[in-house]
Ligand binder design. Structure first.
Ligand code: ZN
Length: 481
């Protein structure tokens, strides 16, 4: 356990509104400061540190409520939108919480909110932006402030927010709780530390990846008996190695951003879908959900034909009837069709018979339109529960989700879609798009030639699997990172 580099600090150190974040290591040697706030806190300016990533935004208010809020501006549309949403909702809930004081309190202001932040880069070449928003709020008449802390991390290239699975491997909860309790117990001799009532799901909001390790933040009410404010633990990457996700290990590794060597494959190039595929070269699968669409699907088919690429169209059955020609053309040109249910129903809410009906009707109309026998189910909303699994098993149709979400439905912005895909592209990945937005088509006009220029063969899901080490089977869902 002595390999665990332990730094524990109490962030009850906002006395007079001054954030001492950058002094957190000092706090280790000091006696625990007790929360203390003057009646009219001096909202100190944000203390920008040398390693701060991005610029500083601020929101100040001085009236019924006093706010001094500092937050990072990373000058990236996707990341800034997430950060601003967090900041604004924190301010809104603070005001709502304090609004009933307005009638009772003559003192103005009658509530205070102070928020500061830390913003650093982590990972090889700084591929991760790590943000921590923290501070306190206090209402007139309250003795002690309420402290808060929330972490966010992003892949800088795409602006995508990192979630639990991006940081830690499956089953991380118990080993991580053990590491954190050991470090906290050492820092607080005599305190009872327990992670029993502290769920470690949603760890991404407590975790701040830095250059040397991951800092984790817990409210003392979750893990300790005494009220000690916010507790932090800093664990080195070395000590976390066994529970870091593959993704995170890659982000920390020297070969981050380098083309991945492909496992040796001595098979010869072969003919598939009307063109030759070389098993020794990288492959990536494009999948398009929710179509067919009379306008967008044919435009995407034009691109695929132009670049001699193939894709998988995960069709909604009831959209096929009036667009049989589009489906037939997709099949004739070597593309694959997958099953995205008859009515885009959420299968979590259907019984087995209803799911079977959704799937078989779609299989039937695609067969009638194009002669194609559908092999794979693309679960709606990515949802996979037991009923769908059972149908998948009975019909021997494996379920296939994705490994790169282009978020085209959300951004409808060709530049963001392009960035999202290109920054995550890797051999063997499956990309989720929707062939119902013209913005997706516009992104594809750059994505397809650029992936090819990077050496990828753009293939169908079935072609991709013909090289996978393990073949998907009915009843199982494929989603590989
Ligand atoms: Zn869908």
């Amino acid at each position: 356990m002595n390999r665990v580099r332990k730094v524990v600090a109490v962030f009850a150190c906002f006395a007079l509104g001054i954030s001492l974040f950058s002094g957190c290591k000092k706090a280790e040697e000091q006696p625990l400061p007790s929360p203390e706030i003057s009646a009219a806190p001096n909202f100190s300016v944000h203390r920008s540190t040398l390693d701060q990533y991005g610029l500083t935004g601020e929101i100040k208010e001085d009236g019924e409520f006093a706010c001094a809020v500092y937050y990072p501006r990373l000058e990236n549309q996707a990341m800034d939108a997430v950060i601003e949403e967090k900041v604004n909702s924190r301010i809104a809930s603070f005001k709502e919480d304090a609004s009933n004081l307005a009638s009772q309190e003559s003192q103005r202001p009658h509530a205070w909110l102070f928020m500061d932040f830390r913003s650093v880069q982590a990972g090889t070449n700084g591929n991760i932006a790590s943000i921590r928003l923290f501070g306190w709020s206090r209402k007139a008449g309250e003795e002690a402030p309420q402290y808060f802390s929330e972490c966010l991390s992003f892949d800088i290239a795409s602006g995508r927010q990192l979630v639990d699975g991006d940081l830690f491997a499956d089953g991380y909860q118990q080993p991580l709780a053990d590491l954190c309790s050991a470090a906290l117990a050492e820092a607080y001799p005599g305190q009872e530390i327990s992670f029993e009532s502290c769920p470690l799901d949603g760890i991404a909001s407590r975790a701040l990846p830095t250059a040397s390790g991951i800092e984790l933040y817990f409210s003392s009410s979750e893990v300790a008996a005494a009220d000690l404010g916010i507790l932090s633990v800093s664990l080195s990457y070395e000590s976390l190695n066994a529970i870091l996700s593959k993704e995170m290990q890659y982000r920390l590794s020297e070969n981050y951003g380098q083309p991945q060597p492909r496992p040796e494959d001595n098979r010869q190039p072969f003919e598939s879908g009307g063109r030759m595929l070389d098993p020794s070269k990288p492959m990536i699968a494009l999948s398009f959900d929710d179509g067919p669409d009379s306008e967008v699907t044919p435009k995407i088919l034009d691109l695929l034909r132009q670049y001699d690429a193939r894709a998988t169209f995960c069709v909604v059955g009831n959209r096929v009837g009036s667009r049989k020609d589009v489906v037939k053309r997709a099949v004739d040109e070597g593309n694959e069709i997958a099953n995205h249910t008859w009515e885009h129903k959420d299968t979590n809410k259907l019984n087995i018979e209803e799911i079977k009906d959704q799937i078989t009707r779609t299989n039937d109309i695609v067969r009638e339109a194009s002669g194609f026998e559908i092999r794979y189910i693309r679960p709606t909303y990515g949802n996979v529960k037991d009923n769908l699994k059972q149908v998948s098993r009975e019909l021997n149709m494996p379920m296939v989700n994705w490994t790169i979400d282009s978020e085209d439905w959300k951004s409808k912005n060709p530049d963001l879609i392009y960035q999202m895909i290109m920054s995550e592209a890797k051999d063997g990945r499956v990309i989720l798009c929707h062939d119902i937005y013209d913005t997706t088509y516009q992104a594809m006009a750059r994505v397809i030639p650029d992936l090819i220029a990077q050496g990828y063969q753009i293939v169908t899901i079935d072609e991709l699997f013909s090289f996978a080490d393990s073949q998907p089977v009915g009843g199982q869902v494929w989603r590989k990172r």
